[in-house]
Ligand binder design. Structure first.
Ligand code: NAG
Ligand code: CU
Length: 262
């Protein structure tokens, strides 16, 4: 029964979109999340949070104030951690991404204050670590998702050099804007990944700076309701600003300097 169902589900998985299938940090590869793992018993531990996204689907603006926006639909920590140090380079690998699905890319980080599986996800307090969005042109123009596709469907960030040891969740996210000219048309694809930070002499615990993911975006934000197929001359990046300590830590990381427009 199980194998029959898996075979039937596979075409849907390969149809479009994508998911974060792997994570690399300090040269070590980790399995991300693949919704087909839900049909294994027991479900193998992964650094990527599990979610009910068998269709590689998305979270719509009408759910941006619900727990689904935190780490995707019905998500929960899945047991494993990426081991990093302050200053480590981390790369998220999507299995694929359609070029038509242009839009901003984000990384947020929140402390777990212990086991990342024990915390209520709605209470995770995130700061924005990095972001990229519109690069040039319009209708639809060039976006950082085009870079992500060119870079082997990957996106890199850096663990802040001042971060204290402990367990953290990084929430990596693409928001696709190809249908965002219509109400409720933007598509958020968040994926959470657990990190165990050790070493370094950092003291930043991020205990008080962050905000819950349910407060990041509103359906009416100019960067959420946005007509990609128009002669726009700018784009207002949604969500909180990039936090200063994080921005300092990743300064000089060339990959994103252009995308930031700073
Ligand atoms: C592209 O990414 C895949 C993982 O999705 C990896 O196995 C492969 O080595 C990467 N290729 C290059 C050229 O980096
Ligand atoms: Cu799509």
């Amino acid at each position: 029964m199980r194998s029959y169902f898996l075979a039937a589900a596979l075409p849907a998985l390969t149809a479009a979109h994508g998911h974060v299938a792997a994570v690399q940090a300090d040269g070590v590869w980790y399995q991300g999340w693949n919704a087909a793992l839900k049909y294994q018993n027991p479900i193998p531990a992964t650094v990527g949070w599990q979610a009910d996204n068998l269709d590689n689907g998305f979270v719509s603006p009408d759910a941006f104030q619900s727990a689904d926006i935190v780490c995707h639909k019905a998500s929960k920590s899945n047991g494993a951690y990426v081991s990093v140090k302050p200053g480590s380079k981390v790369t998220f690998y999507w299995d694929t991404w359609p070029v038509s699905h242009k839009g901003p890319v984000f990384d947020y980080i929140a402390p777990c204050n212990g086991d990342c599986g024990a915390i209520d996800k709605a209470s995770l307090k995130f700061i924005k670590l990095d972001q990229g969005a519109w690069i040039s042109g319009n209708d639809p123009g060039t976006w950082v998702t085009d870079d992500l596709v060119k870079n082997n469907f990957s996106w890199s960030t850096t663990i802040p050099s001042t971060l204290a040891a402990g367990n953290y969740v990084i929430r990596h996210e693409i928001i696709a804007l190809h249908a965002a000219g219509q109400a409720n048309g933007a598509q958020a694809y968040p994926q959470c990944v657990n990190f165990k930070v050790s070493g370094g002499s950092g003291t930043a615990t991020l205990a008080s700076e962050g905000v819950p993911a349910t407060s990041f975006y509103k359906a009416s934000d100019p960067g959420i309701t946005f007509n990609l197929y128009s002669k726009f001359t700018g784009y207002t990046i949604p969500g909180p600003a990039v936090t200063k300590m994080a921005r300092r830590a990743v300064e000089g990381f060339r990959g994103h300097a252009r995308a930031w427009g700073m």
